[in-house]
Design a protein around this ligand. Structure first.
Ligand code: FAD
Length: 238
């Protein structure tokens, strides 16, 4: 396993609680849209065993052409040790990334795509949308729906509807509106539904989509195959 040590290049205050850390791209490091990585703080591998409290899974919210690895996260006042340390890091601080993989690349299968997210889950979708807006080949259209009860919505420069490019972006701040919109999307029996958020959010969305007749193979999750199968009640042995 290769561990890439790199430096924080810029810190963007996205909202009052959400920050994006832009990291220098280490030589030889590349990734595709929808990727997540292991984001680790100094000292995580100092002992015999890696210190897990200094490591978190994080999506990469940028694309390689932006020349920076974006890590977007919410840091509440009351937070974990990991986020307390992260909050105090400055430009120039060293961090590590390793084991980078995309469970949710943009599927170019001539279908309509629905991106369902909650809060900073939108960070996972930012690169998919950029990729699509730069090159729409074999994607019919993309519709994004994000729920954030803080009402401080993220990436509103990119998540803005562009009818010419068949891209719509909606933000809602309550579950009722959210579920109404998802039901409308689910009427598309051939669409692809990407869901990113907490496990609870993912489970509720799966239930809702399945009730509306959406099939498991239409649902994309940022999970490994085994976990995705469990959540979607798919039997992998068949
Ligand atoms: C594939 C994948 C991709 C991911 N991508 C991202 C991403 O892009 N961005 C992202 O932010 N997360 C992402 N996550 C989730 C991430 O790994 C963390 O689990 C998440 O950010 C929570 O971080 P934390 O555990 O440091 O807790 P925190 O966010 O600090 O806290 C979690 C909750 O616990 C409460 N809490 C924490 N500590 C205390 C305390 N001492 N006292 C009282 N309450 C407390 C907080 O109030 C909060 O409600 C991803 C996860 C996976 C699996």
């Amino acid at each position: 396993m290769q561990i890439y040590w790199t430096k924080i290049n810029k810190i963007i205050e996205e909202t009052s609680e959400v920050k994006t850390y832009l990291l220098d791209c280490p030589e030889g490091f590349t990734w595709e849209e929808g990727s997540h990585t292991h984001f680790a703080l100094e000292g995580f591998n100092a002992g015999e065993k890696p210190n897990k409290s200094l490591v978190r899974h994080m999506s990469i919210s940028t694309l390689p052409y932006e020349n920076a690895i974006g890590i977007t996260t919410r840091i509440r006042e009351k937070c974990s040790e990991f986020k307390m340390i992260l909050r105090d890091l400055e430009v120039g601080s060293e961090v590590a990334i390793f084991k980078t993989y995309s469970n949710v690349p943009l599927k170019r299968e001539d279908k309509n795509i629905y991106l369902l997210s909650s809060g900073v889950g939108l960070a996972t979708f930012r690169p998919l949308v950029l990729d699509y807006l730069n090159r729409a080949d074999n994607v019919n259209q993309i519709n994004s729906l994000n729920i954030d009860s803080s009402k401080e919505f993220l990436f509103t420069d990119i998540f803005e509807s562009v009818p010419d490019k068949k891209f719509t972006a909606q933000f809602v701040d309550n579950r009722n509106d959210y579920y109404e919109e998802v039901k409308k999307f689910a009427a598309d029996q051939d669409g692809l539904f990407y869901v990113v958020g907490s496990d609870e959010f993912v489970v509720q969305n799966i239930e809702l989509l399945r009730e509306q007749g959406v099939k498991p193979e239409q649902i994309m999750l940022d999970k490994r195959e085994q976990r995705r199968a469990e959540l979607l009640s798919i039997d992998l042995t068949v």
